[in-house]
Design a protein around this ligand. Structure first.
Ligand SMILES: [Zn+2]
Length: 365
């Protein structure tokens, strides 16, 4: 038996109201016309892959197979001041004007529906709520189940399904309001977190480490040479992966790059941009549930060593509903105290027992 550690999972149904539809009536603007043109050129009807079913699939799995130690709490909406720490006021003005409407913000498939602006405010505010519970010591770790995701959103624009950069808003809040001085953000989503990198590019107090499938995979940034600039030179660390990289490559990156980087940086809070699209069922990388569990375990140990265990997960991508929900579950089980076996060794103990059982059949009497 392992000890159960309490974990708070944050969720808010208002995030289900973000439901862009390629078939909805569009604004008469230039961006809408351009996207309409792009969509009409596709051979098959296009569906919006970042849909409310992503969160309900996770909720359903957690309800069906509850994990001991997990509690749920509601989210909150981020204020303009909180969002304004990482986004410009002109960008916020533009987005706020779209309340109640259908529109496209970017050719990288970032659309809004009537409930989207509030959903995006709640996603960012819920990431803040998760950070607050951990930094104030109410829970050692937390997971913010949020959408729309955030890590592609830049200070001045929406990109790649993201409106507000949830993890960056949460990190900025931890610095501005909660007394955190050095924050480490680990982004293991399959795509490079260009928005988070951009926001903290010159900030020496935020160490941003991103494992992602290498360019030309979307969004195309995140080369080794992108290491931050100005006072922040050296606090951006990119680890581009080839197609089909899996558990062994990810864990090697954790052992040989993340661990020494954390040792050097001495974070007082660790945030994770947790996308589940590196799973083999999703997008051309090959991480397993055991891989997600092992990465979580390493992060938990790092957080215990450097920052009293303060570890907050914020959901990013993951579009196959099976691997998304089971990936989240694998992370939560480890946060709640399970010690994962090395990836690839699931079932090995049972085979050893079976071998012992059958051995006498093959021996001479
Ligand atoms: Zn992604």
């Amino acid at each position: 038996m392992t000890d159960v550690t309490p974990v708070m999972v944050f969720y808010d149904p208002r995030m289900l109201a973000h439901e862009p539809s390629p078939d909805a009536a569009f604004l008469p603007g230039r961006m809408d016309q351009r996207i309409r043109q792009l969509l009409s050129g596709l051979g098959v009807p296009w569906k919006y892959p970042e849909h409310p079913g992503r969160l309900t699939a996770i909720q359903q799995l957690l309800a069906l197979t509850p994990i001991e130690g997990i509690d749920f709490a509601d989210g909150t909406a981020a204020t303009r001041e909180q969002l304004g720490r990482v986004h410009t006021s002109s960008y916020l003005e533009q987005v706020y004007k779209l309340r109640g409407q259908y529109a496209w913000l970017d050719v990288d498939t970032t659309a809004v529906s009537p409930g989207s602006v509030e959903a995006a405010e709640v996603a960012a505010g819920t990431a803040i709520a998760a950070v607050e519970t951990v930094v104030t010591g109410r829970n050692p770790s937390a997971f913010a189940l949020v959408r729309p995701p955030g890590h592609h959103a830049e200070p001045v624009r929406a990109r790649g399904f993201c409106l507000f950069n949830n993890v960056a808003v949460a990190a900025a809040h931890a610095k501005a309001e909660l007394g955190c001085q050095r924050i480490m953000i680990v982004d293991w989503d399959a795509h490079h977190g260009n928005g988070t990198q951009d926001i903290f590019w010159a900030d020496p107090d935020v160490l941003f480490i991103d494992l992602h499938r290498a360019a030309p995979f979307y969004p195309g940034s995140g080369s080794l040479e992108e290491v931050g600039g100005g006072l922040g030179e050296g606090t951006t660390v990119n680890i581009p992966m080839p197609a089909n990289a899996g558990d062994a490559a990810y864990l090697k990156a954790f052992d040989s790059i993340l661990e020494p980087a954390a040792e050097w940086f001495q974070p007082d809070l660790i945030l994770v941009s947790a996308g589940f699209d590196p799973h083999a069922h999703d997008l051309a990388l090959n991480v397993s549930y055991g891989g997600f569990a092992a990465m979580t375990h390493r992060l938990k140990l790092l957080a215990e060593r450097h920052c009293d265990g303060r570890l907050v997960f914020v959901l990013e991508g993951g579009y196959n509903l099976i691997s998304l929900s089971h990936g989240v579950k694998a992370v939560l089980e480890v946060l709640a105290g399970a010690i994962p076996p090395p990836p690839g060794e699931f079932g090995v103990a049972e085979v050893e027992a079976a071998a012992a059982f059958h051995r006498s059949a093959f021996l001479d009497p």
